[in-house]
Write a protein that binds this ligand. Structure first.
Ligand code: E4P
Length: 215
């Protein structure tokens, strides 16, 4: 299972990549907007820190515009994956980028047919958004289960990147279903590593060690 960071905050990217278990980074226009920095500058900074796929999203709505943006982003670093929204124009762009050998991540996936269409277009990754489905009282993780089952049925190469993760339970479930990748906001990373019994256990070991008066 691969862990990506879902942020464009360089401090967080440095902090969590120092843990040695980060395989990639996802960004989106909202995350970049929060940083108040040029997209190209920030993506190149991230590529210096993380040696793995870095998703960078287009903002054009037509396939020609998406292709122009995508080809420009792809010159910034070999690890750039072009994030393309799930639309008919997006599918057209993905098909062409796949033929050109440029990796893609089809984003804003909310149904199994959307996931299958993206895979058929040749997406390298697809990003189903589980948290946003849960927010409207749908079961986000059920969608992941459906996608993983269908992709196995048809032997699609496209990898399933579980996005819009809100809490560690989403990570448990994604792992048991066999999703390829989870992309985690920093606050979920902190919750993943924390366990009260780990803290209590460390504290007790230290106290016992000190009480034994060893030099
Ligand atoms: C994924 O690539 C997206 O950037 C992200 O997971 C969206 O999460 P949100 O629903 O919390 O905005």
């Amino acid at each position: 299972m691969q862990f990506y960071l879902d942020t464009a905050d360089i401090k967080d990217i440095k902090k969590y990549s120092s843990w040695g278990i980060i395989d990639g980074v996802t960004t989106n226009p909202s995350l970049i907007a929060k940083e108040k920095i040029k997209l190209e500058t920030r993506i190149k900074e991230i590529a210096e820190i993380v040696d793995g796929p870095i998703s960078c999203e287009v903002i054009s709505e037509d396939s020609e515009g998406m292709l122009t943006e995508a080809r420009k982003f792809a010159t910034w670093h070999p690890n750039i994956y072009i994030k393309i929204p799930m639309t008919a124009e997006g599918l057209k762009a993905v098909k062409i980028l796949n033929e050109e050998g440029i990796n893609t991540n089809v984003t804003l996936i909310f149904s199994l047919p959307q996931a299958i269409m993206a895979a058929k277009a040749g997406a390298t990754l697809i990003s189903p958004f589980v948290g946003r489905l849960d927010d409207i009282s749908f079961d986000g993780m059920q969608l992941i289960e459906e996608i993983v089952t269908a992709f196995n049925n048809y032997k699609f190469d496209t990898k399933v990147l579980v996005a819009s993760i809100r809490h560690p339970r989403h990570v448990n479930e994604a792992a048991l279903i066999g999703a390829d990748i989870v992309t985690l906001p920093p606050n979920v990373f902190d919750k993943l590593i924390a366990h009260p019994l780990s803290d209590i256990g460390i504290q007790k070991f230290l106290e016992d060690y000190k009480a034994s008066n060893q030099t």
